[in-house]
Design a protein around this ligand. Structure first.
Ligand SMILES: Nc1ncnc2c1ncn2[C@@H]1O[C@H](COP(=O)(O)OP(=O)(O)OP(=O)(O)O)[C@@H](O)[C@H]1O
Length: 371
């Protein structure tokens, strides 16, 4: 697994991106795109700040690639506006848009050298040869590939090809770079290292990056803000820690960090009846009357000697999975709910399968969900 399962304090801090003045670079307004019966983008509004690193996260088919392709101009939106620095991009063909897109497949020309691949766009724009050569060398140096210009892309490793694609995307110094699963083809170690390098490059160039990823840890670790898509809609947008700690919907809670979603109903007295656990939950915050579920992260659940206080229950350990830095327990509550429970290594050996244990959590760990 390329990124730690839990967002470390460091990764979250690195993603906190405190920019006091957020100049809007890209503004998407009511963007919709339909393919036959499929609504791939559903009235999507999003503003991206200059120099921001935004990750787009969502399940398969949620519209991530379509969104990038519409911004880049490879697909036309059915309705809505795309403004880059206030300018409507709709009339511009892809190559005339002041942005660049890097594909997961890298899409390098196999018959061209690395240098010619990188300089391709500059040549098309009529940049003179000496200037092209200078900029290509600069771009290759930026991605750690000095001296590779004469090679054929076929004689490079997957990671090196990925860097060539990145150099090609950066050589025109776009203010906005769209990256569709750029790390997808790399193995776990290279993926993590390249992720950090990508962030460093993004800071160095000052370009805004919008990066699609399937990988929630990568999305949390790299981004200033995470945008979560579901069914073509933007369901949540915010700094990684905020989205992780305060998921808005069942989908976000489950998708990011695999939170337990506890179904139930407010009891009208500040509690939340949860039949699956067989107890009434006591959240720290007021629960809206129409709330029907609360999220509870596996790592916020602790072992207790007895389930004799609010926000605790007894359950049977149904399974234990060792994950390296912790174990994941599946615990069946008396009401039938199956909970994911984290068990840190420093807490000693995990309980045996079949044993009865008492578990509990702080009231603040319960997050009422909107939908
Ligand atoms: N060219 C197309 N023709 C028909 N349907 C399409 C086309 N492109 C995308 N779709 C549909 O639009 C929806 C969104 O697709 P999209 O590729 O944007 O999702 P995604 O979030 O990028 O998925 P993945 O993570 O699997 O790449 C899906 O239901 C997909 O089947």
């Amino acid at each position: 697994m390329p990124w730690r399962r839990r967002p470390s304090g460091r990764a979250a801090a690195a993603g906190a991106g405190s920019r006091p003045v957020a100049e809007v670079l890209l503004s998407l307004q009511g963007l919709s795109k339909r393919f036959g019966a499929t609504l791939a983008l559903d009235h999507l509004d999003l503003a991206v700040a200059a120099g921001e690193f935004l990750t787009l996260l969502g399940g398969s088919g949620s519209g991530k690639s379509t969104l990038l392709r519409v911004i880049a101009g490879f697909e036309a939106a059915d309705s809505g506006k795309i403004l880059l620095e206030g300018r409507d991009l709709a009339p511009l063909p892809p190559h005339a848009r002041p942005l660049n897109m890097m594909f997961q497949s890298y899409a390098l020309f196999p018959h061209l050298s690395v240098a010619d691949n990188v300089s391709y766009g500059l040549k098309r724009d009529g940049v003179a040869k000496p200037e092209r050569a200078r900029r290509v060398e600069q771009a290759l140096a930026m991605v750690g590939l000095e001296g590779f210009g004469g090679r054929s892309p076929q004689k490079l490793s997957g990671g090196q090809r990925q860097r060539v694609a990145l150099a090609r995307a950066l050589v025109k110094r776009p203010r906005l770079l769209l990256l569709d699963e750029p790390l997808g083809a790399l193995d776990a170690n290279l993926r993590e290292r390249t992720g950090f390098e990508l962030r460093a490059l993004q800071r160095e160039t000052g370009a805004a990056f919008i990066m699609v990823t399937h990988d929630q840890q990568e999305a949390l670790a790299l981004a200033d803000r995470v945008a979560v898509l579901e069914g073509g809609r933007l369901v949540q947008l915010g700094p990684p820690r905020a989205v992780y700690d305060q998921p808005a919907t069942r989908f976000v809670a489950g998708f990011l960090g695999g939170a337990n979603v506890l179904e139930g109903m407010p009891d009208g007295q500040g509690g939340f009846d949860c039949p699956g656990l067989g107890v009434t939950l006591r959240p720290a915050v007021a629960i809206p009357a129409d709330c029907r579920a609360c999220a509870l992260r596996p790592e916020r659940i602790a072992h207790l000697a007895h389930a004799d206080r609010p926000n605790s229950f007894d359950g049977i350990v149904e399974d234990v999975a060792f994950r390296g830095d912790d174990s994941l327990l599946l615990v069946r509550a008396s009401g039938g709910a199956l909970l994911r429970v984290g068990h840190a290594e420093e807490d000693g050996p995990p309980p045996e399968r079949g044993s009865r244990i008492a578990l509990g959590w702080e009231a603040a760990a319960l997050v009422p969900l909107h939908s």
